[in-house]
Design a protein around this ligand. Structure first.
Ligand SMILES: [Fe+2]
Ligand SMILES: [Fe+2]
Length: 228
């Protein structure tokens, strides 16, 4: 039994938006992901920290969901900024049910249990969002979603998965960091950083929390083992 995590698979089996245009690091990435996910067993959990599928809607994302569903073990999806297919939890559960997709679920205003751990997660907040209008409202909504997820842990030790890094060289999001501190989050894994921006990541311990980047190109498309 193991808990794995990776972000930013950017699967594009239908959407025709292959990441291979971003250079050799993305070459043949679907096949490389397929090989890496071969490690999964029935009792494992894989957290996918956002930007999972380029599908514009559920119909376009279906092939990517089916690709993930072929591997054993539970997959928990966090919303990324490119998950345009994302709908309400009720709609998504109905879609998975209708399509016979049994191993996928989402982390959104909730938490999942893994042994003694609570797995929490949400999209988070990022520097580029500051440029958009109504940003305070959107930030507040994201912080509330994060707190709802952290509260759902019910006092269990927490591993938190965000799409956006709460810490970045030259930037940090105090509201998100305060939440991680308030709930004594043990580890916070995040994605979103690709290519040249990877070097601006912040990793390691800060306060009680271990931060680490888990974007797929950074991990060489091999999910990171978080714990047994
Ligand atoms: Fe991404
Ligand atoms: Fe992203």
């Amino acid at each position: 039994m193991a808990l794995y995590a990776i972000g930013d698979l950017h699967l594009s089996l239908t959407a025709n938006k292959s990441m291979e245009v971003f250079g050799p690091v993305w070459e043949n990435y679907h096949a490389r992901i397929e090989e890496a996910l071969g490690v999964l067993t029935e009792k494992d959990t894989l957290v996918l920290a956002g930007d999972t599928s380029w599908g514009i809607d559920l119909t376009e994302a279906e092939a990517d969901f089916r690709f993930l569903d072929r591997f054993p073990g539970r997959k928990l999806l966090v919303k990324g900024n490119h998950d345009y297919w994302w709908v309400t939890a009720a709609k998504l559960h109905r879609f998975f049910e209708e399509k016979g997709i049994r191993t996928l679920d989402i982390l959104h205003n909730n938490c999942a249990l893994y042994g003694d751990w609570a797995i929490c997660g949400t999209r988070g907040w990022f520097l580029e969002e500051d440029q958009k209008p109504h940003n305070a409202k959107v930030l507040n909504r994201e912080v509330m979603r994060l707190e709802t997820s952290l509260q759902a842990a019910g006092g269990r030790p927490i591993l938190c998965f965000l799409h956006y890094p709460p810490l970045y060289q030259g930037y940090e999001c105090p509201e998100i960091l305060a939440m991680l501190e308030k709930y004594h989050v043990r580890a916070c894994c995040y994605g979103h950083l690709h290519g040249p921006t990877i070097k601006r990541r912040m990793e390691g311990r800060r306060g009680e929390t271990d931060f680490s980047l888990i974007s797929a190109d950074y991990l060489g498309f091999v999910p990171k083992k978080i714990c047994d």
